[in-house]
Design a protein around this ligand. Structure first.
Ligand code: GDP
Ligand code: MG
Length: 602
């Protein structure tokens, strides 16, 4: 294909601003699917994505558009994951494009994720076309949003396209802007093959499918290829694109985006960011930008019913087939039995995996407190030299006497909020050991930047932020490295027995307050027993907080008896179900919900 007739672009937007709806409209307009084939939203194909309106796996669609100049163009539209947890995938998708549509909701205006994504796009030297969407809404203020785009982002928005993806207004204008404003790709057909591995996923029929962007040379069916970073060799058995239907092509030339399959069994072997070249006369230098993604948030996943362990193992294995960024290893806990210690790219990633396990595989799970990775410098001991270890499980916390220095990961968070919530948000950040670095106002809204320890964010920071701002504040973050911290391991003892699943790494200054909070919440979460139950928070041997659950009075149980038989049976059934969800500690039953609820900070 003639390079001048190709346009590669992505759509960037804050969640819910209309990215998927616009993509669907573009597909519909260019005739990629008949009306009947258009399902509700074709680009978001996983249930959870549909429900939450987020895109997890990038998808790319090729559109053939005959422009007003009479020429037919090949438009490759990449749908990128919108969330910070998938920042590396976003960055690889952006690297495969020359331009982007910046979709901004005409009623909501610019939000934190709009900013984060648009700056990434600018870093990739993209030509950015602002699209002000949802102009059909009565609350739409396109002129105000146009100003925001210029004031906040610093992009020329004088020829922003006004659109309503829902009502189909401005769709052709968007396509014309893509053709006339976004530059065509560059590339050489006679150079050795280099293609960037943009994404990969497991398909039960095809095996691993790889999304590629060809930079130079030609990628053809039957070719022997080599992954330059991964080091493996494969035979290409399929080359094609999505329209969005899978379409076989036979070859992809420079500047083109499409997919290949090469009899690969595991996504692990096709890592995002790798460079593909030919085995014979291949390129000698890989494309820049490859990095191994490392999980940053860890937690334990245990089946509520120990008999489900094998099922959990199988289900986790299946999920992992499609997601090389998620890690797991077996773990056993004194209280929770056998389970897995899992690593995730961030909190949303954790939630998605957890939700898919319970929804798609029908598993009842207990999740332990999420933890970040701490770097601990151990001092000299008689037998060993000083060494550095990375710990993500409180159970592996070393003996305090051996610890010299602990480092913890920090993030830079950008929060964008209407003025009226700013006070409470600043307090929240302050309570979480935040350091404010910037505060600016633009038209009734504040943008505040904080440096925060990631361990203060992994629990319920996001939920708290949303609730104190009634959903109006938006938040984005990036990691900024490790810093020394005075951290301690806090144990929770129920009836004098440490509950390993509730152990927590906290900063010494907040330990007492957190300990008190957890004891208070557990007091409400653990039902009364026939005896008194002490609940304690302790650092080493030192108790720093304590509560007591009073013993149950005998006549309370008596109330369960007598009365209508069927009602009694119903109650007993309920009790039975409830009991199955309890965990026994010593002789105390702790409800499953208590594990997570105890960790929410007031
Ligand atoms: P995404 O998260 O950016 O992919 O957003 P979606 O495309 O999923 O849209 C989020 C919500 O906004 C959905 O309920 C859409 O129906 C709605 N929406 C999208 N575009 C428009 C529009 O132009 N006008 C109106 N009124 N609603 C829209
Ligand atoms: Mg979407």
């Amino acid at each position: 294909t003639d390079l001048s007739k190709i346009r590669n672009f992505s759509i960037i937007a804050h969640i819910d601003h209309g990215k998927s709806t616009l993509a669907d409209r573009l597909i519909q307009f260019t005739g990629g699917l008949t009306a009947r084939e258009m399902s509700a939203q074709v680009l978001d194909n996983m249930d959870i994505e549909k429900e939450r309106g987020i895109t997890i796996k990038a998808q790319t669609v090729r559109l053939n558009y005959t422009a007003k100049d009479g020429e037919t163009y090949q438009l490759n539209l990449m749908d990128t994951p919108g969330h910070v947890d998938f920042a590396y995938e976003v960055s690889r998708s952006l690297a495969a494009c020359e331009g982007a549509l910046l979709v901004v909701d005409a009623a909501q205006g610019v939000e934190a994720q709009t900013l984060a994504n648009v700056y990434q796009s600018i870093d990739h030297d993209h030509e950015i076309v602002p699209v002000i969407n949802k102009i059909d809404l009565p609350a739409a203020e396109p002129e105000k949003v146009r100003n925001e785009i210029e004031e906040i982002i610093g992009l020329d928005a004088s020829d922003a396209v006004l659109a309503s993806a829902k009502s189909g207004i401005g769709i052709e204008d968007v396509l014309e802007a893509v053709v006339t404003r976004i530059p065509p790709p560059k590339g050489r057909i006679d150079a050795p093959l280099t293609a960037s591995l943009v994404d990969s996923w497991y398909d039960p029929y095809l095996g691993v499918v790889i999304l590629v962007r060809v930079i130079d040379g030609k990628l053809t069916k039957g070719l022997n290829i080599r992954f330059m970073q991964g080091g493996t060799q494969h035979l290409v058995d399929r080359v094609g694109c999505f329209t969005p239907k899978r379409t076989d092509l036979g070859e992809l030339g420079p500047g083109e985006i499409g997919f290949i399959t090469a009899q690969i069994k595991e996504v692990e072997q096709a890592r995002v960011g790798d460079t593909i070249t030919t085995v014979k006369n291949g390129a000698t230098e890989a494309l820049p930008g490859y990095k191994e993604v490392q999980p940053v948030v860890f937690c334990g996943l245990f089946p509520v019913d120990a008999a489900d362990f094998e099922k959990l193992r199988e289900s986790i294995g299946k999920l992992r087939l499609n997601d090389a960024s998620f890690s797991y290893e077996m773990e056993s806990s004194a209280a929770l039995g056998f389970g897995f210690r899992c690593g995730f790219l961030g909190l949303l990633h954790l939630e998605i995996i957890q939700e898919r396990l319970s929804r798609e595989y029908d598993l009842d799970l207990i999740t332990t407190a999420p933890s970040v990775v701490y770097r601990i410098h151990l001092g000299h001991t008689k037998m060993e030299d000083a060494k550095v270890i990375d710990i993500h499980n409180p159970a592996d916390w070393p003996d305090v006497n051996r610890i010299e220095v602990i480092e913890e990961p920090w993030i830079k968070a950008v929060i964008y909020t209407p003025d009226e919530y700013l006070g409470s948000i600043l307090k929240l950040c302050q309570d979480r050991r935040g350091i404010q670095t910037e505060l600016t106002y633009v038209g009734g809204r504040a943008q505040v930047t904080y440096e925060l320890p990631l361990n203060e964010v992994v629990f319920d920071f996001y939920d708290r932020l949303k609730s104190i701002s009634r959903g109006y504040a938006s938040f984005d973050y990036e990691q900024i490295g490790l810093r020394e911290g005075d951290l301690v391991k806090m144990n929770i003892l129920v009836n004098a027995e440490a509950v390993d699943a509730l152990s927590l790494i906290v900063h010494r200054h907040v330990a007492e307050e957190r300990g008190r909070g957890m004891c208070e919440r557990l007091k409400d979460l653990i039902p009364r027993h026939l005896f008194k139950i002490p609940i304690q928070a302790a650092i080493g041997g030192k108790v720093i907080a304590r509560e007591t659950i009073a013993a149950m009075r005998k006549d309370v149980t008596a109330k369960c008896y007598g009365g209508d038989i069927s009602r009694k049976k119903k109650l007993l059934d309920k009790q039975k179900k409830g009991k199955a969800r309890m965990r026994e500690y010593g002789n105390v039953s702790i409800p499953q919900e208590a594990f997570i609820a105890a960790l929410r900070m007031g």
